[in-house]
Design a protein around this ligand. Structure first.
Ligand SMILES: Cc1cc2nc3c(=O)[nH]c(=O)nc-3n(C[C@H](O)[C@H](O)[C@H](O)COP(=O)(O)O)c2cc1C
Ligand SMILES: CC(C)CC(=O)C(=O)O
Length: 357
């Protein structure tokens, strides 16, 4: 059967992966309320189409921090991609580049920053968690700058790892042979050890993440680099205001795909208050539950500058490596363009709240 939407990749990937690995990707924290709510928040919004508009010429092209993108769609940072495909992040970077998309590389990438940069033809950003060992962070930042990464993303919604029941039940651990190669092994110690009732990821994060950082610490990260700094995991107007006040260059509205605080507000529902607080001062991106061109149009019409996709990119990577990732991004871009035609909004600039009901 042909793959004609993101969910087709999901069904295929599910059949290819061992159950504990599938659960790691698919699952969220607690009752997975927020995983479901992320999707439902999009599904609850209807569209107000305008007709008899010339839609013969449509454009999804845009830019973020000066980098051209074929469409306002990027790939969210996800850890340890070699568990899903032998080429891991190198395949994702190649696929994202083929489709003219942005790729945010996880601090827990399983290919080196340099290998990924060599395969990329589109913009790369590097995502960081705040490790207690600051020297490891500053070394990574320096390597990212040298390798041509264009921004840093600090994930701020994970001082501790969410209680992911599937991983705990499965005693989830990282496949032997897959490593966070950009960090010293000591920083992810125990990642291969499966212990029933615990998650190896939660254990290694607990050993190395700095749970004490506050807004005041951001100036240290800033002092290590001239790259734009983006915060990932903002869900409120209050924190958006603080982020801008602390000189942050961009915001990703995200609840980590429902993997952190269960019951957190869905990303799409949080977006309007963040957009209002930011008032155009810095770019605002969104991730969580984006599965279709329709979702992307809704996010853009609500004021997002771009969206990121997490799990769908992993499904496509699993099924068909770089070709899968490129195909997925092109398909989502095509769906966005198609929805722009059917709503009578041929340009991204036409997307505003009047299209939403
Ligand atoms: C398997 C997996 C691993 C992830 N690893 C990271 C990570 O290393 N860093 C991070 O900031 N977010 C990570 N995330 C969260 C994603 O960046 C993103 O916020 C989320 O997947 C978006 O929701 P979606 O999957 O519904 O598109 C991960 C998500 C998944 C599913
Ligand atoms: C290694 C983990 C901390 C990666 C992550 O952020 C996640 O699984 O959601």
């Amino acid at each position: 059967m042909s793959i004609v939407c993101a969910d087709d990749y999901r069904s295929r990937a599910r059949g290819l992966l061992p159950a504990p690995l599938w659960d790691f990707i698919e699952g969220g924290s607690g009752d997975e309320l927020t995983v479901d709510a992320n999707r439902l928040a999009f599904d609850r919004i209807s569209l107000r189409p305008r007709v008899l508009v010339d839609v013969s010429e449509r454009s999804t092209a845009t830019s973020v921090f000066g980098a051209a993108l074929a469409s306002p769609i990027g790939i969210a940072p996800t850890a340890y991609q070699r568990m899903l495909h032998p080429e891991g992040e190198v395949a994702t970077a190649r696929g994202a580049g083929q489709a003219g998309g942005l790729f945010v590389v996880s601090i827990f990438a399983s290919r080196t920053l340099e290998e990924i940069a060599a395969a990329a033809t589109g913009p790369l950003w590097l995502q960081l968690y705040w490790l207690r060992q600051r020297s490891a962070l500053s070394r990574l930042v320096a390597r990212a700058e040298t390798a041509g990464y264009q921004a840093l993303v600090l994930t701020v919604d994970a001082p501790v790892i969410g209680k992911r029941l599937r991983d705990l039940r499965n005693g989830f651990a990282i496949d032997a042979g897959v490593r966070a190669v950009n960090l010293d092994d000591a920083l992810t110690e125990g990642k291969h050890i499966s212990t029933p009732g615990t998650s190896a990821i939660a254990t290694h994060a607990a050993a190395t993440f700095d749970t004490s950082i506050t807004w005041a610490d951001l100036s240290w990260l800033r002092s290590t680099t001239a790259l734009p700094l983006v915060l990932k995991g903002i869900l409120t107007a209050e924190d958006a205001e603080l982020a801008v006040a602390h000189g942050v260059d961009g915001i990703i509205v995200s609840n980590h795909g429902g993997r952190q605080l269960d019951g957190a507000i869905p990303a799409m529902r949080a977006l309007p208050e963040v957009v209002a607080a930011v008032a155009g001062r810095v770019p605002v991106l969104l991730d969580g539950g984006v599965r279709r061109g329709r979702d992307i149009l809704i996010a853009l019409a609500s004021g997002a500058d771009a969206v990121l996709i997490g799990r769908p990119a992993l499904w496509a990577l699993t099924v068909d490596g770089s070709d899968g990732v490129a195909h997925l991004l092109s398909m989502l871009t095509e769906e966005l363009s198609h929805t722009m035609a059917l709503t009578g909004r041929p340009k991204l600039a036409d997307l505003d709240p009047t299209v939403l009901a």
